[in-house]
Design a protein around this ligand. Structure first.
Ligand code: DHB
Ligand code: FE
Length: 279
């Protein structure tokens, strides 16, 4: 049967993708950031996932104001990188897993979570930057990837509690798939940041570190954080952290901490990164 072996949590700042693509990873500004992912790149080589279920948000790239799905699941064979204004990043196409994605869609929708089924989509930095951080610059991504966009751009995003419970439904769906697959679930975005308005540049290291602590010590309590607390304490775009709760909800009891990293700044954002393994 398919099994979720581990979870990766990771910010997805577009400037990180640009630094990788433009060969700036050895610049003094970027060295401490990329150092935090050296262990992770080695770890994932031996973790060897067959599939990544990748929870991220589209930043008005594939979707615009004309259609805003709260939760969507990428069921296509292939997802090319989107043009976000400077041409598409020169990263490999994402190769999907239509059979597993359709199975998860069926199980999760019948579990009463409404998903939008997507059969044609381009993917933006929300998905491609975490892949670059974990895998570097390969010719092809080394496994299949199911993109799972969540709306955190247009109010109202889903509550953290709904995201956490959705994670549990995703876990139950994956565990019913009748093929031996090593599945990872990734939650991306965050941590504290605000990219517009009078509070642009807001960072809250204490909030972020408390959040990282509670990922292990009291995961269920994170699901109770109301939207306003993310926005007030950690900036408008910190609401992206509800996507981490989808991945956290999909993990088993008492996962083992493999790696923890937090760094400020990356452009205008605090970068957080955690790897958890199921026991
Ligand atoms: C920026 C965009 C993001 O989507 C994000 O999560 C962090 C920063 C940016 O435009 O700088
Ligand atoms: Fe983002």
């Amino acid at each position: 049967m398919a099994k979720i072996s581990s979870a990766v949590f990771c910010s997805h700042v577009p400037a990180i993708g640009a630094a990788i693509d433009l060969g700036k990873t050895a610049d003094p500004y970027w060295v401490p950031l990329f150092k935090g992912f050296e262990f992770s790149k080695q770890w994932i080589k031996q973790a060897k996932p067959d599939v990544i279920f990748l929870v991220y948000n589209d930043h008005a790239t594939a979707f615009d104001a004309s259609i805003i799905p709260t939760f969507a699941i990428g069921c296509a064979e292939r997802f090319p990188p989107a043009d976000e204004g400077w041409g598409p990043r020169k990263v490999p196409d994402v190769i999907g897993y239509p059979e597993l994605a359709a199975h998860i869609a069926q199980s999760v929708i019948l579990d009463e979570f409404d998903l939008t089924i997507i059969n044609d989509m381009k993917v933006d930095h929300g998905l491609s930057v975490p892949l670059s951080l974990m895998f570097g610059q390969p010719e092809a991504w080394p496994c299949r990837i199911i993109p799972f966009p969540v709306n955190v751009v247009q109010y109202p995003p889903p509550t953290g509690n709904r995201c956490y419970n959705l994670g549990k439904a995703i876990r139950s769906a994956i565990e019913k798939f009748d093929e031996d697959l090593n599945v990872q679930i990734w939650g991306t975005g965050g941590m504290s940041h605000q990219i517009q308005g009078p509070r642009a540049g807001l960072i809250n290291k204490e909030f972020d570190n408390r959040f990282l602590d509670r990922m292990l010590s009291d995961p269920a309590s994170l699901a109770k954080i109301p939207h306003i607390e993310y926005v007030r304490e950690a900036g408008a775009e910190a609401i992206e952290l509800v996507m981490w709760l989808v991945a956290l909800g999909a993990m088993g009891p008492n996962p083992r901490l493999v790696h923890r990293f937090h760094h400020v700044p990356a452009s205008n954002t605090a970068v957080g990164h955690l790897i958890l393994e199921n026991q």
